[in-house]
Design a protein around this ligand. Structure first.
Ligand SMILES: Nc1ncnc2c1ncn2[C@@H]1O[C@H](COP(=O)(O)OP(=O)(O)OP(=O)(O)O)[C@@H](O)[C@H]1O
Ligand SMILES: O=P(O)(O)OC[C@H]1O[C@H](OP(=O)(O)OP(=O)(O)O)[C@H](O)[C@@H]1O
Length: 234
């Protein structure tokens, strides 16, 4: 029996869709109630539904054999997990952004105040550039911080760019692209090698089939590939 930790929120629908396409029909039952644990004996799998930022912890400490989580969360947490498969959905980028007016007049003080949900990624990024940084940890609505004078910059996820635009913010640096990943517990990979490798192989085939399909459905955080426009801008 495999235990798989799924990220609730934006990633849950494309995740369940991928499992269904990979032949795990009973994954369709997940999320239909307030339950957090969904035993599916017919596919020898139990699904857990947890907060995205908790998925690496469940997998690293063996509460789950494997999980689905965004690369952004993995980069932030540096968990000791195996990452065998890029699922290609949930595409977004981690960017530095600032108020358009601030960028235009380039009034940065020596220490940059950055508001973010990703303090480690932010610290690494600015340290690598030798820029002194003061990090203000927030848990959401990050785009508000520069508008009310709480920060000079933000580090946040950008998908369509519409939240930045709505607050007169512009991307000034691209830190990384992110997509959903299949991660596995290192011990489980040895102890449950055959069923885990079978799941990885079936999911990989489903991902490849989606990429080949000419009219693959795409949703806001679904199967859409990362936009390259930010890369070009960065
Ligand atoms: N536009 C987007 N905004 C936020 N996340 C996105 C977006 N597009 C794709 N994602 C991916 O979806 C994941 C989950 O995002 P979601 O907003 O559902 O959870 P969250 O509220 O950030 O999680 P937590 O409760 O752990 O803080 C992100 O970690 C990222 O990998
Ligand atoms: O480029 P866009 O398509 O506008 O998407 C990016 C926005 O989506 C996410 O916020 P979310 O909806 O998860 O809310 P949050 O601020 O509470 O994290 C992210 O933090 C950005 O604010």
């Amino acid at each position: 029996m495999l235990t798989i930790a799924l990220s609730k929120g934006k990633l849950i629908e494309p995740t369940l869709e991928l499992f269904r396409r990979a032949g795990y029909e009973s994954a369709g039952l997940v999320g239909e109630s307030r339950r957090l644990i969904f035993p599916c004996p017919e596919i020898d799998t139990t699904f857990l539904v947890v907060r995205p930022s908790d998925v690496p912890t469940y997998v690293e400490y063996g509460g789950a054999d494997a999980g689905i989580v965004g690369k952004d969360v993995l980069m932030e947490q540096d968990s000791d997990v195996y990452e065998p498969l890029d699922l290609l959905f949930g595409a977004c980028r981690i960017s530095v952004a600032a108020l358009r007016a601030e960028v235009a007049c380039d009034r940065l003080s020596s220490k940059v105040r950055v508001a973010t949900k990703y303090p480690r990624i932010t610290e690494r990024f600015f340290n690598q550039r030798g820029v002194p940084v003061e990090i203000i940890k927030l848990y959401g609505s990050i785009e508000l911080a520069p508008v009310v004078g709480l920060a000079d910059r933000i580090v946040d996820l950008v998908e369509t760019g519409s939240t930045l635009k709505a607050h007169d913010l512009v991307e000034v640096d691209l830190i990384a692209q992110s997509t959903a990943r299949f991660i596995a517990n290192r011990a489980s990979l040895k102890l449950k090698y055959a069923p885990l490798m079978d799941m990885i192989r079936r999911l990989r085939k489903a991902v490849e089939a989606t990429q080949k399909a000419p009219s693959a459905p795409s949703s806001k955080s679904g199967s859409k590939r990362a936009s390259t426009s930010a890369k070009d801008r960065a």
